[in-house]
Design a protein around this ligand. Structure first.
Ligand code: F6P
Length: 328
């Protein structure tokens, strides 16, 4: 490899945290160390960048974190970084510290900030997709998605036990602000009778028909998985409308919430995070900028950040069909 084009990298986590972010930080720090590039950890995302709130990281600074959920650097959503004044402050801090490149770990909000910052001030930036929602174009999976999916699956399995014991109908809401990946896959994996996601057009009549059909086949309890971003109605409204239509149903609502964002990362997430953290540093050394590192078909790929933000990952329509067929 020719001499690196960067000398000092800053790494930060921003937006909603996700399990595996620590493994990604570790990979950035240790890859940088291996190639004799200095590395600074920036605390609390872009807010910390504007304040110069950072610490020098070496290989031992990131020991015993590959298995920890959350992010040792902490995360934040900064409104000030959205302003030109905020970004100018961040640039002045980069100059003061001698940081010539950033690895930003997060989702589309994080990447939007990174893109503008990079274009305004010429700081090299590579994005690493870290969000449980799996809604980033340019990578087959985002860091944290696999762990969150398994957390949701295990929670729904537990709800299934009590639903069966009481012959109840449960509406379970899983995370996914604009995306139904967690809902579709956890719903399929737990045998939900219906899965409501923002990417497909759902109707209340279809939901009612599903209840009627599955009752006829002898089901005495049911799980309906609803993505947080479902457009038809809120999970509570869906439950209420169902109660009005079927007053005999004993219905409960369970919102899984932020438990899906925590916990030790799965093996798949640790490996993904390690590959992407490594890939981000290699990309910067090769002079890449304003791109996101991703894994597609098991290969490290770089996608323009603009595409990562503007394009979207499609829901697999065959999975939707399989879930429908199997939910008899
Ligand atoms: O983007 C990840 C995510 O967990 C979404 O699924 C959810 O809508 C959002 O973050 C919640 O954000 P906050 O932690 O700010 O409430």
């Amino acid at each position: 490899m020719t001499e690196s084009q960067v000398k000092k990298i800053g790494v930060l986590t921003s937006g909603g945290d996700s399990p595996g972010m620590n493994a990604a930080i570790r990979a950035v720090v240790r890859t940088a160390h291996y190639y004799q590039i200095e590395c600074f950890g920036i605390r609390e995302g872009y807010a910390g960048l504007m304040e110069g709130n950072c610490l020098k990281l070496g290989p031992r600074s990131v020991k015993h974190i590959i298995n920890q959920g959350g992010t040792i650097l902490k995360s934040a959503r900064s409104l000030e970084f959205k302003t030109p004044e905020g970004r100018k402050r961040a640039y002045e801090q980069c100059q003061k510290l001698g940081i010539d490149a950033l690895v930003v770990i997060g989702g589309d909000g994080t990447f939007t900030g990174a893109k503008i910052f990079c274009e305004e001030f010429g700081i090299k930036v590579i994005g690493v997709p870290g969000t449980i929602d799996n809604d980033i174009f340019g990578t087959d999976f985002t860091i944290g998605y696999d762990t969150a999916l398994n957390t949701a699956m295990q929670a729904i399995d537990k709800i299934r036990d009590t639903a069966t014991s009481h012959n109840r109908v449960f509406f379970v809401e899983v995370m996914g602000r604009d995306a139904g990946f967690i809902a579709l896959n956890s719903g399929l994996a737990t045998g939900a009778i219906d899965i409501l996601i923002p990417e497909k057009k759902d109707s209340i009549d279809e939901l009612f028909e599903t209840f009627i059909r599955t009752e006829k086949t002898g089901k005495s309890s049911s799980i309906i998985v609803v993505a947080e971003g479902e457009k038809l109605a809120s999970t509570y409204e869906l439950a209420q409308k169902t109660k009005e239509k079927f007053p005999e149903f004993d219905i409960r609502v369970s919102i899984l919430g932020h438990m899906q964002r925590g916990g030790a990362p799965s093996c798949a997430d640790r490996v993904l995070a390690s590959r992407l953290g490594y890939g981000a540093v290699i990309g910067l050394m090769e002079g890449k900028t304003n791109v996101m590192a991703g894994i597609q078909s098991n290969q490290l790929v770089f996608t323009p950040i603009e595409d990562a933000i503007k394009k979207s990952n499609e829901i697999d329509s065959e999975l939707v069909k399989i879930a429908e067929i199997l939910a008899i």
